[in-house]
Design a protein around this ligand. Structure first.
Ligand code: RP5
Length: 167
């Protein structure tokens, strides 16, 4: 298990392998930009199931409000995390394997009923971070304002593209 943390984390990001860490870092970067502290752990659901359970239980007690779980191949990590918490869990499928990420995408998005996992696009750590922030923003007006401002900047940058002159 490894920790990267930037303060008192509200979002717990867990990856199934070190090979997934770039997507986790993209989630952490966007959360950082929005003033949301997060942490990254490297814990395989099938190679270290007891450690994963300890992480989920301990994370909740430390104030984690939302989990992001990043995994490839059979990609059961997000579902296993969700089975142990009622906090929202966002799954990030990773490319690789026989169908270059389609396997992980279907594994995560096709979570059977009773225990939901939200799913973002293959490798899309940035959207996972933004969705985690949107969930937290429901009860945090300052964060909501920062999210709205980010959206406005994004739209302004597109409007400023020389191809859009005169619109
Ligand atoms: C999954 O298997 C991980 O999430 C990773 O995406 C994939 C490959 O893992 P490594 O072989 O790189 O450890 O458990």
């Amino acid at each position: 298990m490894t920790t990267e943390s930037n303060g008192s984390p509200r979002v717990g990001i867990v990856v199934g392998s070190r090979s997934d860490i770039a997507a986790a870092e993209r989630a952490m970067a966007v959360l950082d930009e929005l003033g949301v502290d997060s942490e990254i752990r490297v814990i395989s659901a099938h190679r270290a199931p007891d450690l994963l359970s300890r992480f989920v239980a301990g994370a909740e007690a430390r104030g984690i409000r939302v989990f992001i779980a990043v995994a490839g191949l059979a990609a059961h990590l997000p579902g296993v995390v969700a089975s142990q918490t009622t906090r929202p869990v966002i799954g990030v499928p990773m490319a690789g394997g026989v169908s270059d990420g389609l396997d992980a995408l279907l594994a995560i998005v096709q979570m059977p009923k009773g225990v939901p996992v939200a799913t973002v696009g293959v490798g899309n750590g940035e959207n996972a971070g933004l969705l985690a922030a949107a969930i937290l923003a429901v009860g945090d007006p300052d964060l909501r304002a920062r999210l709205e401002s980010r959206r406005a900047s994004q739209a302004a940058a597109i409007a400023a593209d020389p191809a859009n002159e005169g619109l």
